[in-house]
Design a protein around this ligand. Structure first.
Ligand code: CTP
Ligand code: MN
Ligand code: MN
Length: 499
């Protein structure tokens, strides 16, 4: 035992910590919440260490809640600590540092939380890993369409960091690097458990040296310094803020940044800036539409859209697509596909729907795009482009009493409604399956379907059609399953496409 450890052990105190004494102590390190594991440590020593830490400005939680950042245990190397931790029902165990008492003792000595080093970590024993890892992680495909990715992300700590790096590369117009980070994040999202050592990433596809370095840093320090540097960068912050407005892309954001504008206020007060109609709506409803949409809110909108569509055409087909079809709990908008059982009857339907929403007084904004679909121009090699179907981007008013459990509210908001972004797309029925697959996403999943089709099957796939270059013919696709069959892929359910 080291010197500090002896000191701590020597100064035993029997009185348990009282809640009242705790309140008076000043919290110095808000970012750290310690939890001391009583097992092996014993209650009295735990009480003593708790009050010691609190007296030095540390926060110590008596219970293992989701607020805990540092779990500290003693002599637990072989004692099934990890199995115990897993049973505690934490939201995301990968976010927690699981540390030996040496980290705690050193931190007490320094009077601040010392940087976590790998020697502080309590590794999971092999026996525990074998028992708890649901599936082997070998043979992960480089294509997202050959992986099953649910909404449960065990590696959020890494994928959040990689998303920042991807976004920053996008702002710097480095498309290659952006895609590389997105692919790496997507692979990590598909894993059945958290990566807990660099060795665990061995053999995984799409993980380049930059990504490996990020993973290593997070494993060692619990954070990535490059990411933190980006997040503090003025240009990154401004571009992120500006692109969060509906109708503002990276190009416009960059233009505003170059003019020296940094805040919404500065943009709105700059007379030389002409906002288009979409951007004006984006600012007008910013507070509402920058907030996530819940499943219940999406369901309420589905009822409204369904009723409207069926009032006009009772046999029209309506499908929820986008993130909510993939089972997400929250989204940034609600996406729908509308079509008709007979080809051609969809013409004019969307404009009717828009009129009807307008008549109900719930249409706050509408951008309608007529169809530019031309079957004779297929197959298209221009994959990343928007599809040619008739569509509209809407902002719709949703009332409190239409939502089961009520609306998600801003604090202090007493309005009986909120604004929500809605996308409606109308493919002709013979394009329904390809459109449904494309609009269900995720973006990364569909991107890899196209790449897989092209590289592995010599086929071209987009929202309009599936074309076989070898046979020089279009393949018939009535359902999503048909598309997977033609591509020689195992079927992946919508809720497994959260790549
Ligand atoms: N999409 C598309 N063409 C567009 C816009 C979107 O094909 N012009 C597809 C994308 O592939 C995406 C899906 O439609 O996967 C839904 O897009 P979006 O609403 O932006 O994303 P979601 O996955 O629904 O995520 P969120 O929950 O944030 O809305
Ligand atoms: Mn969506
Ligand atoms: Mn959308």
């Amino acid at each position: 035992m080291n010197h500090a450890g002896m000191l701590l052990r020597g100064k035993k105190r029997s009185r348990p910590v009282e809640a009242s004494a705790r309140c008076q102590e000043e919290v110095k390190f808000k970012e750290v919440m310690v939890y001391l594991v009583e097992k092996k440590m014993g209650r009295s020593r735990r009480n003593f260490l708790t009050s010691l830490a609190r007296s030095k400005g540390f926060r110590v939680d008596d219970v293992l809640s989701d607020e805990v950042t540092h779990v500290v245990a003693e002599d637990n190397q072989a004692g099934g600590l990890w199995s115990w931790l897993r049973e505690q029902g934490l939201r995301d165990i990968s976010k927690v540092q699981v540390l030996d008492i040496s980290w705690f003792t050193e931190s007490m000595r320094e009077g601040r939380p010392v940087t976590v080093e790998s020697r502080h970590h309590i590794q999971e024993t092999l026996a525990e890993t074998v028992c708890s890892t649901p599936a082997a992680v070998d043979n992960v495909s480089q294509y997202a369409c050959q992986r099953r990715t649910t909404t449960e992300n065990h590696n959020k700590m890494f994928t959040d960091a990689l998303e920042v790096l991807a976004e920053s590369s996008e702002f710097n117009e480095n498309e290659g690097r952006c895609l590389a980070f997105r692919r790496a994040a997507s692979v990590l999202k598909s894993l059945p458990s958290a990566v807990r050592s660099l060795g665990a990433t061995q053999g995984l596809p799409c993980l380049g040296e930059h990504t490996e370095a990020v993973i290593e840093e997070i494993l060692q320090f619990g954070r990535c310094f490059k990411v933190e540097e980006i997040q503090c960068d003025e240009r990154y912050q401004a571009l992120k803020l500006f692109t969060s407005v509906f109708g503002v892309g990276p190009k416009t954001a960059e233009k505003w940044y170059r003019r020296g504008l940094r805040s919404f206020k500065e943009i709105l007060n700059e007379p030389a800036i002409q906002l288009n109609k979409m951007q004006r709506a984006g600012f007008l409803y910013y507070r509402d539409i920058s907030k996530t949409v819940s499943k219940a809110e999406a369901q309420a909108l589905r009822c409204i859209i369904e009723e409207t569509v069926h009032w006009i055409m009772p046999d029209a087909i309506l499908a929820l697509t986008g993130g909510f079809r993939r089972g997400k709990e929250y989204g940034h908008d609600v996406d729908f596909l509308v079509t008709t059982p007979e080809l051609g009857r969809e013409e004019g339907l969307l404009l009717h729907v828009i009129d009807r929403l307008q008549d109900q007084g719930i249409l706050l904004y509408c951008e309608h795009q007529g169809t530019t679909f031309d079957a004779t121009k297929l197959p298209s090699c221009n994959f990343e482009a928007m599809d040619h179907f008739e569509k509209c981007f809407l902002i719709v008013r949703l009332y409190e009493d239409q939502v089961e459990g009520g609306l998600q509210r801003n604090p202090g908001d007493s309005r009986a409604w909120r604004a929500i972004r809605v996308d409606l797309v109308v493919p002709p029925v013979d394009r329904y399956a390809t459109a449904l697959l494309g609009w269900t996403g995720s973006r990364q999943f569909v991107r890899d379907l196209r790449r897989f089709a092209r590289k592995e099957r010599r086929m071209l796939f987009d929202n309009h059609a599936l074309y076989d270059k070898t046979k020089k013919m279009f393949l018939s696709t009535t359902t999503e399953e048909d598309i997977f069959v033609h591509l020689g892929l195992e079927y992946v359910e919508p809720w497994q496409r959260n790549a």
